[in-house]
Write a protein that binds this ligand. Structure first.
Ligand SMILES: [Zn+2]
Length: 358
């Protein structure tokens, strides 16, 4: 990124896995480009441009991101949600598409960059810049772009108006249409290191070094996951307890307790149920790693409490039963997602586990 030589590629694709902080980087880069007093490697943070960038109200900074349709608006554009977007991103630039959509959605709508967005973008970029040299268009998750929108933008991305910069921020760049991909300069963003995540958690949440190190290991480079683990530590302990009860009762074939367990699960709500099943899948994987005895530190991502539990649990997981167990958990997940009856789904799951665990 050769800003200092004033040679900025006019379409850049920041590409990296979920939780790698690529949106935060794109925001910082945009601010840097526009800073009136930029230093060798950082923006000044105090000039008029920086202040506006930090509040996300700079008139030359534009945003496009996935939004949802609702009853009032059948062809929505990003600007209909811009106030909410600003608040959301300023609170923390580390989030997933699901948490963004959860914050704006009422039902089960799918988040997309709709066809109507293309003309909005063309309109905005046809204006002269207001205050900075550059107009900067940040497109978060271009892989969610409607084909029509993408096609309409191709020419603009190839030959943008003067002093216009496109920053595309993608988590699944293989899903961007190739004609758009080939017009962008690729900037690969690596996942966070364990040390970076430890430091971030300690600073933001004030947790002790041991806990931070445990959670950073589990997060495996994903900062969003690390934050989730910290914020939902209670949920996480709860899930470990649920998993332990399920496995213990299934192994003892204690049918009464298994029924009680599934009734308990049935009343927790759909999100909590899905959350538990994802948790169970991860724990299963880690326990297989343990029982395969090819244990290298970087293959096992367990926190203190999990590691304690898994010491005793892993002998019950082997190459024969791990796949059918994972299949059952995945099946339960998809049934929950399809609004099945949770009491039946969890009872069925527990009984199948009882058969597979011995
Ligand atoms: Zn500045």
């Amino acid at each position: 990124m050769s800003v200092s030589q004033e040679r900025v590629s006019h379409a850049q694709l920041f590409s990296g896995p979920e939780g790698c902080g690529s949106l935060a980087l794109a925001l910082a880069y945009a601010q840097y480009i526009s800073c009136e007093n930029r230093k060798a490697d950082d923006s000044c943070g105090v000039c008029k441009s920086c202040v506006k960038y930090e509040k996300m109200i700079h008139p030359d900074q534009h945003f496009v991101f996935p939004v949802i349709k609702d009853k009032k608006n059948s062809d929505p554009v990003s600007d209909s949600f811009i106030e909410h977007w600003r608040e959301f991103v300023i609170r923390s630039p580390f989030f997933t598409i699901n948490s963004w959509l959860d914050s704006i959605e009422v039902g089960n709508a799918q988040g997309l960059i709709f066809a109507s967005e293309a003309s909005e973008i063309i309109k905005k970029l046809s204006l002269k810049s207001f205050e900075s040299d550059f107009k900067i268009m940040i497109i978060w998750l271009p892989e969610k772009m409607h084909q029509t929108t993408a096609n309409k933008l191709l020419k603009l991305i190839e030959e943008p108006p003067e002093k216009t910069l496109f920053l595309l921020v993608s988590e699944e760049s293989d899903k961007i249409i190739p004609t758009m991909l080939s017009r962008c300069q690729l900037v690969k963003i690596p996942a966070f290191s364990r040390e970076d995540i430890e430091k971030y958690l300690t600073n933001r949440f004030g947790i002790d070094a041991k806990k931070a190190s445990d959670l950073a290991a589990v997060a495996n480079g994903n900062i969003v996951r690390a934050i989730g683990l910290c914020e939902h530590n209670d949920v996480y302990i709860l899930n470990l307890g649920r998993f332990r009860n399920l496995m213990r009762n299934a192994w003892k074939r204690d049918i009464i307790s298994v029924i009680e367990w599934s009734e308990g699960m049935a009343v927790t709500g759909r999100e909590a149920q899905k959350n538990f099943l994802s948790f169970a899948l991860r724990l299963l994987r880690e326990n297989l790693m343990l029982s395969l005895c090819q244990v290298k530190d970087n293959l096992i991502f367990l926190t203190g409490e999990e590691a304690e539990f898994s010491k005793k649990f892993h002998p019950f997981i082997n190459q024969t039963n791990v796949y059918p167990l994972a299949d059952e958990l995945n099946l339960a997940f998809s049934h929950i997602e399809a609004n099945g009856n949770p009491k039946i789904i969890f009872l069925d799951l527990a009984l199948k586990i009882a058969r597979l665990i011995r």
